[in-house]
Design a protein. Structure first.
Length: 123
């Protein structure tokens, strides 16, 4: 948010903002909204987080990119175990597919979070 506040102060015209993750995108949007400039800018995030998806549904963020963090975590641990066990892990054995999310499909991604979060439940 602070970075966007500084950018808004320095640059009178900003058309597009792409952030490294949805949290940064939410902060950038909030900074622009605080000075009445949010409607001038297209905001794009990355990660497809619950907050990012909700901001898309609310019409605040235009797009995000979903990478399934649960699959990334699972596959990363699997690759490490394979490597430490002396097995070869091919360079492109684990591929993380990104999907573009906008208002037309954001709810479907939001709906799958409860099932994915079961992965993180500590028993």
């Amino acid at each position: 948010m602070t970075v966007m506040e500084n950018m808004l102060t320095k640059y009178p015209k900003i058309d597009f903002v792409f952030c490294v993750n949805d949290d940064a995108t939410v902060g950038a949007y909030e900074a622009a909204a605080a000075v009445g400039r949010a409607n001038e800018i297209i905001f794009v995030g990355h990660d497809g987080t619950v907050d990012g998806l909700q901001y898309i549904l609310d019409g605040k963020i235009s797009y995000t990119v979903f990478q399934d963090p649960f699959k990334m975590g699972r596959d990363s641990i699997t690759a490490l175990v394979e490597h430490w066990s002396g097995n070869e892990v091919a360079r492109y054995q684990y591929v993380f597919v990104c999907e573009i999310i906008d208002k037309s499909n954001a709810q479907s991604f939001l709906d799958i979070y409860p099932a994915m979060e079961k992965w993180y439940e500590i028993k």
